[in-house]
Design a protein around this ligand. Structure first.
Ligand code: NDP
Length: 291
């Protein structure tokens, strides 16, 4: 049976490291501040935003959530971002995605000052990441790297196969893992919906990262014996036995794949906790860097 790679001890270790940095900032009269903009009422987004607020509270990071109606015009949203860009109390700005249509996500991301872009989605930060320049890294891939480090999973020289090429998970993950760095140095294959014979690729993975958003799509027969499996997917599926009739599940068929993999992350309780911890880390870093 696979070792289960829980996110909690790793997230706790990250947060423990942040406490001393937050205390040092406090001595200089600085409290890190995070503003979260939520447009509309997407239920999953509301939960994510609430969890981010709680994490800030736990660490003593100042946070404010701005809730805007789903029909907010682009100009109004831009003006809010401009206000936050100029607000000295706020070191990090995050706009919760997805945005309701017809808002243009890329334009919104570009409006945030790169030095306050704690999600690491601004093209300036993405470009810096690709070039291996120290910058805010997107929270989920950065959290996965942290988990690998914590559990002594060394990607160097290994074949990592990633399923999913979104701008927030798959692509940055691939970029980070192929950097010439002791914590990366992997050979990376990036799969997507146009990939032919997905299984032939996943079966070659020493480390398989599933980030497709398709419940339990990674079956046992798609995983090599002894592989490390990182499940990024967070999918809500019907479950008659659950109190509210649904439950969360990842992109990996957890029970079956656990029989074959050497190690596997659970959903919930795995990568998701890391995403928030890394957001906290980026916010503290933003406060340290801003004058
Ligand atoms: P997107 O929908 O933006 O991207 C999904 C990617 O997966 C796309 O590149 C798509 O390919 C690919 N894909 C979808 N279906 C298949 C398939 N059958 N075979 C191969 N590739 C496929 O999703 P995100 O990256 O935003 O999120 C992915 C999952 O991770 C979701 O479940 C999301 O909820 C979760 N998530 C979890 C986080 C956490 O903290 N744990 C944080 C962020 C996301 P194509 O490009 O060709 O369409």
């Amino acid at each position: 049976m696979a070792e289960i790679l829980y996110g909690k001890p790793v997230a706790d270790a990250v947060k423990a490291g942040l406490r001393s940095r937050i205390a040092a900032l406090k001595e200089k009269g600085i409290q890190p501040g995070l503003a979260v903009l939520l447009v509309g009422e997407d239920p999953a987004s509301c939960i994510y935003v609430r969890n981010k607020g709680r994490a800030c509270e736990e660490l003593g990071i100042y946070s404010e959530t701005l809730r805007l109606p789903g029909d907010t015009e682009a100009a109004v949203l831009s003006a809010k971002i401009d206000e936050l860009n100029a607000n000295k109390r706020i070191h990090g700005i995050l706009v919760q995605m997805p945005l309701p249509k017809p808002l243009n996500e890329q334009a919104v991301i570009r409006r945030i000052l790169p030095e306050k872009d704690v999600d690491g989605f601004h093209p300036f930060n993405v470009g810096s990441m690709v070039q291996g320049i120290n910058t805010f890294l997107p929270c989920t891939p950065a959290g996965i790297l942290k988990m690998m480090e914590y559990y002594d999973i060394r990607p160097a020289g290994k074949h990592v196969v990633i399923v999913g090429r979104s701008n927030i998970v798959g692509k940055p993950m691939a970029n980070l893992l192929c950097q010439k760095s002791p914590i990366a140095n992997a050979t990376v294959t990036l799969c997507h919906t146009a990939t032919e014979n997905l299984k032939s690729h996943t079966l070659q993975a020493d480390i398989l990262i599933a980030a497709a958003g398709v419940p339990a799509m990674i079956r046992e027969d798609m995983v090599r014996e002894g592989a490390v499996v990182i499940d990024v997917g967070v999918n809500r599926v019907p479950d008659a036995a659950a109190r509210n009739g649904t439950r969360l599940c990842g992109d990996v068929d957890f029970d079956a794949v656990s029989r074959r993999a050497a190690a596997i992350t659970p959903v919930p309780g795995g990568v998701g906790l890391m995403t928030i911890a890394m957001l906290m880390q980026n916010t503290v870093e933003a406060a340290e860097k801003q004058p």
